[in-house]
Design a protein around this ligand. Structure first.
Ligand code: ADP
Length: 392
């Protein structure tokens, strides 16, 4: 069985092609600047990487070229070898509680829900339609970023605002990065041979969210109605007092959309440090004695600590804390500071083990009250696994 995982953006299409017999990655790649001048694709396979600039007028062009290349590069002999296509879908509101076969109803819902993910849902539809056109008989599965968080209770997902906002306009916490958090919970449960774990999953990359998981189910998560909520991120503020929005509108003569744009794209590490949104730059500057970098680092790690502490209490303690994504997998100083902040909970990490980058590893000491692991995420594989399950 061979399955393609697809992540479509408004002008991009990322793919990972798996052999499901051994879950190995056969090929992966990216089509960029679709519909824009200067479009190109990159394909990695067999230890090689090819890149070509080629006109891609739309997503269907990208899919056609992708499939042709899989054949001409001898990755597959014919399209018949593709058993299924899994699509990363962003917003399924409260209707989609798990992955599902893609039908016309799913496509229609993605459009109906577009106000909840204006950049992503329409792009996801473009990807689905392109594959439908080029591979009409191959089954497709949709894997929603929001689905894993659908097990949250009302107490977790409601905001303390007029209830009619929820009933009439769908204002509630949805949560994101669900596929990654689900992969982390599955991986750590398999490795430890237990499915009754209290897990705090920290997906911290450029965007980031923390999720409290009990017995494999999401209890609460830090992102909210949109991915702007929760911990401080690379360029996003995370939680702030909403009154700041109207105050800054008046002070700087901006409209609400412009202020939200700043909270999404010019805040977080970038906003506070005035240096960079990338933790590597922040840590380097901090080590050079830069005070702005230091304050951004301290605020960042504090917001992550706060959520972990909150979820520790919510879960009645924790069996394991997992770090994943760009920073979670690679940043020793980030993990070290967050765990140091949590020392009063009896959390201790091993300095040498914490040097790990991008590998599954236990980083807590044997006398730590909570296990702490680095677990590399693999959303693409999770999408392929769901696809396999549903097409079978
Ligand atoms: P996205 O949320 O866009 O998927 P990633 O999970 O790829 O992001 O994370 C990207 C971020 O991870 C970078 O902005 C950087 O801050 C951080 N990062 C990646 N590698 C390292 C590293 N070696 N050390 C510290 N931070 C890193």
């Amino acid at each position: 069985m061979k399955i393609i995982s697809i992540n479509t953006g408004s002008s991009s299409l990322k793919f990972s092609f798996f052999n499901m017999t051994d879950k190995s990655l056969i090929a992966s790649g990216l089509f960029e600047r679709i519909g824009i001048e200067g479009s190109s694709y990159t394909i990695k396979y067999n230890g090689q990487k090819i890149r070509e600039e080629i006109e891609l007028a739309n997503h269907t062009d990208a899919v056609k070229i992708l499939l042709d290349k899989l054949v001409t590069l001898n990755i597959i002999k014919s399209f018949d070898e593709i058993d299924g296509v899994g699509h990363r879908l962003v917003h399924g509101k409260d209707k989609y509680k798990e992955s599902c076969l893609i039908t016309d109803e799913v496509i229609n819902d993605l459009i109906v829900f577009k106000d909840f993910a204006p950049l992503h849902n329409p792009a996801n539809v473009l990807g689905i339609k392109a594959f439908k056109e080029v591979l009409p008989t191959v089954p497709m599965v949709g894997v929603f970023d929001t689905a894993f968080h659908q097990t949250m209770s009302e107490e977790a997902y409601l905001y303390p605002v007029p209830y009619s906002w929820y009933k009439e306009h769908g204002v509630r916490k949805y949560g994101f990065h669900g596929t990654s958090h689900r992969y982390i919970a599955k991986t750590i449960s398999e490795k430890l041979g237990r499915d009754d774990l209290r897990i705090i999953s920290c997906h911290v990359g450029n965007g980031g969210s923390i999720t409290a998981i009990k017995d494999g189910k999401c209890i609460d998560t830090s992102m909210g109605f949109t991915p702007l909520a929760g911990i401080m991120m690379g360029t996003r503020s995370g939680d702030v007092d909403p009154s700041i929005i109207t105050y800054i509108m008046e002070q700087e003569g901006l409209n609400a959309k412009e202020v939200i744009d700043i909270l999404n794209k010019k805040s977080g590490l970038l906003g506070l440090s005035e240096i960079s949104s990338d933790m590597r730059d922040i840590v380097a500057s901090m080590n050079d004695g830069n005070e702005k970098a230091k304050r951004a680092f301290l605020k960042y790690t504090r917001t992550v600590t706060n959520y972990i502490a909150q979820y520790y209490v919510l879960l009645g303690g924790a069996d394991v804390i997992c770090f994943t994504a760009g920073l979670g997998e690679n940043s020793e100083p980030f993990r070290s500071k967050v765990c140091e902040n949590l020392a009063c909970l009896g959390i201790k990490i091993d300095k040498d083990a914490n040097k790990v980058m991008g590998e599954f590893k236990k980083i807590s000491t044997d006398d730590s009250n909570v296990l702490v692991y680095v677990v590399p995420t693999d959303e693409e594989l999770m999408i392929a696994l769901d696809t396999l399950k549903l097409i079978n």
